[in-house]
Design a protein around this ligand. Structure first.
Ligand code: SF4
Ligand code: SF4
Length: 434
């Protein structure tokens, strides 16, 4: 077993984490709570319980959102406990029966590759531009369920920006030199967010380097317990950011990412690579990783100028709020935008059910949590919802599609760039005009 047994002992069974656990709130079953899962996994480790399909179901249903870590007063490192379960499962058991062969191919051999994803989404992008997106979606209902689930998450796709130069100059006096991590699926689904991140950084006096050979952060593999594969992505990124940049990694002030799901894994590279020849670079890389919002707030953001007179709300992506403890910086950036009124979101820190590949591996629970999030967003009366992670954006768009398709779902940097530049994304002008 991969578990450090002492981790179990930190839990004093107080139950204070229960109300922060999305799966427990949905089922009311103690086995679907953090306390219950710790108890189950410890009993299996001790040999007091069998790893039956039922026990496995309760453990697999965990979103790894880490809401329980935030709530726990005893400092239980729940992420390490459930991580050890994932690692052991990939070693001793066949893949979870809820994921079929085709889905595994798409998850591990398509999604983490930016180029393949762009190619795979190209026909959809074209059909949407021809005004046939709705028809394709309706036809998609004829697909087998496993493919339908994947097709269902595709949002309205903005045109891709193509290829950015390797180095973008700072506007005005240079305040920092940064490298930009562009990700894989995020770049294919929401290319405008990467473009806006680069422009916002330039506007804030940053020279932006975009290493050509960078790859996926490895999060999908890492959370599936496939640590060796995740290690390879980490080592490739260390090479890309260290050797790919003219002066090397030590010449950049920060490595910027804009996806709450990627940040925690990028910050783990030191640990992930510690037993490999790239250990030193891994630690250096990890120490420079910053979410765009945390970096801008540390730097002191340039004042946004154009008014955005809208009511908006903010959903805390788990990877930002629970894993990286980044809660205020995105709100601070949104708060700078003239005219934007930020309305608090009920259960704002509760996972939306996206959680990496969770909508594929646990579609029913993912759907229930997506609906719950959509209801809470609607209750705010907001015209826009901002969130700092691609998976959350996809999930929220999907669950608002039927009830409020005109809602602007975007990343805080999209709002920031709109305010800096006065350029509204297509379809948003009416909100601001109204
Ligand atoms: S994980 Fe923490 S909050 Fe939850 S039961 Fe254990 S000690 Fe209490
Ligand atoms: S990680 Fe999230 S889903 Fe899993 S036990 Fe903790 S709060 Fe519940």
């Amino acid at each position: 077993m991969a578990i450090d047994y002492q981790l179990f002992m930190d839990c004093v069974h107080c139950g204070l984490c229960l109300s922060s656990c999305p799966t427990y709130l949905e089922t009311g079953d103690e086995n679907d709570s953090p306390r219950g899962r710790i108890y189950l996994w410890r009993a299996v480790t001790d040999g007091r319980a069998e790893l039956t399909p039922e026990v496995r179901h309760h453990l697999d249903l965990c979103l790894e959102c880490l809401g329980c870590e935030t709530a726990c007063p005893s400092g239980v490192q729940y992420g390490k406990i459930i991580g050890s379960y994932k690692k052991d499962m990939t070693r001793i058991l066949p893949p979870a029966p809820t994921v079929n062969w085709l889905q595994r191919q798409m998850l591990f051999h398509l999604t983490p590759y930016a180029g393949r994803m762009r190619l795979a989404l190209a026909p959809m992008r074209l059909l949407q531009r021809m005004g046939m997106g709705g028809l394709v979606r309706r036809m998609g209902r004829l697909l087998p369920r496993s493919l339908r689930l994947m097709q269902d998450i595709v949002p309205t796709l903005a045109p891709h920006y193509g290829r950015l130069p390797e180095v973008l100059p700072a506007e005005g006096k240079r305040r920092a030199r940064v490298a930009l991590f562009t990700g894989c699926a995020a770049d294919a689904f929401f290319p405008q967010t990467n473009l806006n991140t680069a422009r916002v950084l330039q506007r804030n006096g940053c020279e932006v380097w975009i290493p050509r050979t960078q790859v996926c952060c490895g999060a999908l593999h890492y959370h599936a317990g496939l640590e060796k594969q995740a290690e390879r992505f980490a080592a490739d990124n260390c090479r890309a950011f260290n050797k790919g940049l003219h002066d090397g990694l030590d010449k950049v002030d920060a490595i910027i990412n804009n996806a709450g799901g990627c940040g925690p894994v990028l910050k783990e590279y030191g640990h992930l690579l510690e037993k490999t020849p790239t250990a030193g670079v891994g630690a250096a890389f990890a120490s420079k990783v910053r979410d765009i919002s945390e970096f801008l707030v540390e730097l002191g953001p340039a004042k946004p100028t154009h008014a955005l007179p809208i009511k908006a709300t903010y959903h805390d992506a788990c990877g930002l709020s629970h894993a990286q403890k980044i809660r205020q910086p995105p709100r601070q950036l949104l708060g700078l935008i003239p005219g934007l009124e930020l309305i608090p979101l009920n259960e704002g820190e509760l996972c939306c059910g996206a959680a990496g590949a969770y909508n594929i591996t646990q579609p029913e629970m993912s759907h229930a949590l997506g609906q719950r999030k959509a209801k809470n967003i609607l209750a705010t009366g907001a015209q826009a919802v901002f969130t700092g992670n691609v998976g959350c954006s996809l999930q929220i768009i999907r669950h608002l599609r039927e009830i409020k398709p005109e809602m602007w779902v975007a990343h805080p940097v999209d709002a920031l760039w709109a305010s800096y530049s006065g350029e509204m994304p297509k379809g948003v002008d009416w909100i601001v005009a109204g």
